[in-house]
Design a protein around this ligand. Structure first.
Ligand code: CAA
Length: 241
């Protein structure tokens, strides 16, 4: 039977590449998004993903979204917590709203959705949860105290949840991408971005498909012994111990 995957923030950037990678392997993919209807429509037309609109930081909206998928299509076997936003600014200028928004969308969302699919995965004895963290959750980044905290939080979330899923056939892993060629990275001021690229030993930005390919592998049956791990994919910009 075809396995069902939900990819949050799955219609653009890294998320879209993840959706495409999973579709290519035969999964039925639900690509969640929050705002950009035009990009979502394009994603549905070009990839065949089912696009589903709800705000991952809103627990009630997540519950409704998951319930709709489950009642119409079945249980979710693979959850990719990818949705993320930045509100970059030096800490001395950071507002409580900028902190709250980034923690809610990038970290609390993983709780909201994992909690909703967890019991089904436990009952069925199979599940894959893949959390998209960041190089900046591993090493910190000037201007990203909120984002680095949320992304580091995902790494701890992954390690603890992996222990709880281990005897139930559920793997929980994290990917920490470096700077990938997406709209989010294009939003970094040009001079700042050039400086950042000069610190990437491979000498280029990563490709979204390079993250999508790793997700596809982690979702597969062959990856059943990989759990609690953080996969660093950053062109050697930061070599985590
Ligand atoms: N290290 C040390 N000092 C720095 C610095 C750095 N990296 N960047 C800026 N500063 C200093 C400046 O030199 C300046 O110092 P002075 O006041 O002494 O002149 C001071 O900090 C303030 O700098 P700005 O005036 O530039 O501050 P700003 O408010 O205009 O903006 C910023 C600062 C928003 C953080 C901007 O530098 C920025 O966008 N940085 C990039 C942040 C980044 O990497 N974001 C990643 C987005 S992509 C992503 O997140 C995906 C992923 O997972 C990798």
């Amino acid at each position: 039977m075809t396995r069902l995957a939900l990819v949050t923030g799955g219609t653009r950037g890294i998320g879209r590449a993840i959706s495409e990678g999973l579709i290519a392997k035969g999964y039925t993919v639900f690509a969640n998004y929050a705002g950009n209807d035009e990009k979502a429509k394009l994603c549905a037309e070009e990839t065949g993903a089912h696009v589903v609109k709800f705000d991952v930081s809103d627990a009630d909206a997540c519950a409704k979204g998951i319930k709709k998928i489950q009642s119409e299509h079945g249980d979710i076997d693979i959850l990719v917590n990818n949705a993320g936003i930045t509100r970059d600014t030096p800490f001395h200028k950071m507002s409580k709203d900028q902190w709250d928004e980034v923690i809610a969308v990038n970290l609390t969302s993983a709780f909201n959705l994992s909690r909703l699919v967890w019991e089904g995965m436990r009952t069925r004895g199979f599940g894959r949860i893949i959390n998209i963290s960041s190089i900046n959750g591993q090493k910190g980044q000037f201007g990203q105290v909120n984002y680095s905290a949320a992304k580091a939080g995902l790494i701890g979330f992954t390690k603890a949840l992996a222990l709880e899923g281990a005897r139930k056939g559920i793997t929980v892993n994290c990917i920490a991408p470096g700077y990938i060629d997406t709209d989010m990275v294009a939003g970094v001021p040009e001079n700042v971005l050039q400086n950042i690229i000069s610190t990437i030993p491979v000498g280029r930005l990563g490709k979204a498909s390079e993250i999508g390919d790793m997700v596809t592998y982690l979702a597969s049956d062959q990856a059943g012994f990989i759990t609690g791990a953080t996969m660093t994919i950053n062109g050697a910009q930061y070599i985590a111990g």
